[in-house]
Write a protein that binds this ligand. Structure first.
Ligand SMILES: Nc1ncnc2c1ncn2[C@@H]1O[C@H](COP(=O)(O)OP(=O)(O)OP(=O)(O)O)[C@@H](O)[C@H]1O
Length: 258
């Protein structure tokens, strides 16, 4: 098998005395769609935030496409990465947050074109065309001249997805992308992610509380508990025949809350 596109090698992340990632070993293959599920506080979002270089790690090494994320190799040794290295590595990833984080003073299309022009130095014409294609992909071609406050939460989140894709990432990270939405708007966002997963060769890593969706979309589901992967497998294996008592208990609680 080729080199994993994401690899966590004994990664430790602490906040003060609290160990949030506990010598975590975790890998994602190129093109794989992986979902992380688990109880609140188990470290799920931290995995994504570490990848997006929003949280530093304390120990271990994270690799993206075989290259250390938080380190640079000099004279055969790993040293703390420079800001330029972090920026280069971060540009390989796109992240969709719970809160959509759109630029409020920019139109929908400008939200998509701003960073590719400014950060990647792409031509305005190319970026505009790509932006329009992406708005088509998320079903919002007719909204391109509106401002974020004129859109529903579901529409804003679809712009958030298109905006992340506009940076041409190799890896898409989704951090509970529907948890801030009214229930009737969840479906339209999940549909867009489902379509992306099906039609594109992107590597996708998702944290979600939507178990049914995780089941449908994932090649692999990882159950996190206390900063480690307690159990992982295909959706079929994990949801239909979980082996660990902790996984069984968690799934029972979330699938049959009453
Ligand atoms: N900046 C921070 N400072 C201190 N503690 C933090 C910080 N960020 C996260 N934590 C703590 O780290 C732990 C793991 O957080 P994380 O957000 O990764 O959990 P999670 O599994 O995604 O949970 P949830 O499902 O509730 O979002 C939690 O106990 C959280 O309170």
């Amino acid at each position: 098998m080729s080199e994993p596109i994401i690899k966590f090698d004994k990664v430790v992340k602490r906040f003060g005395d609290l160990t949030v990632l506990d010598e975590l070993d975790f890998q994602v293959e190129q093109g794989e769609k992986v979902t992380i599920i688990g109880p609140s506080g188990s470290g799920k979002s931290t995995v994504l935030r570490v990848l997006m270089t929003l949280e530093k790690i304390n120990e271990g090494v994270v690799y993206i496409g075989g290259e250390p994320l938080w380190h640079e190799s000099r004279n055969g040794k790993l040293h703390e990465a420079s800001e330029a290295h972090l920026r280069k590595m971060r540009n390989q990833m796109g992240m969709v947050f719970q809160q959509f984080n759109l630029f409020p003073h920019m139109t929908v299309l400008r939200n998509l074109t701003e960073a590719p022009v400014r950060v990647l130095g792409m031509s305005k014409a190319d970026v505009r065309q790509r932006g329009e294609e992406l708005l088509d992909l998320v079903g919002l071609s007719d909204q391109k001249d509106k401002y974020p406050h004129q859109l529903s939460g579901g529409q804003q989140q679809r712009v958030g997805i298109a905006r992340a894709l506009a940076m041409r990432p190799r890896i898409m990270l989704f951090d509970e992308p529907t948890s801030a939405l009214d229930p009737e708007l969840v479906g339209e966002v999940l549909n867009v992610i489902r379509r992306l997963a099906k039609e594109h060769d992107l590597t996708m890593l998702l944290v979600t509380h939507e178990m049914h969706f995780a089941q449908q979309i994932s090649d692999r589901v990882c159950f996190f508990d206390k900063g480690k992967i307690k159990e992982q497998g295909t959706p079929e294996e994990l949801f239909k025949a979980p082996k660990e008592a902790r996984t069984q208990e968690f799934l029972k609680a979330v699938l049959n809350p009453d």
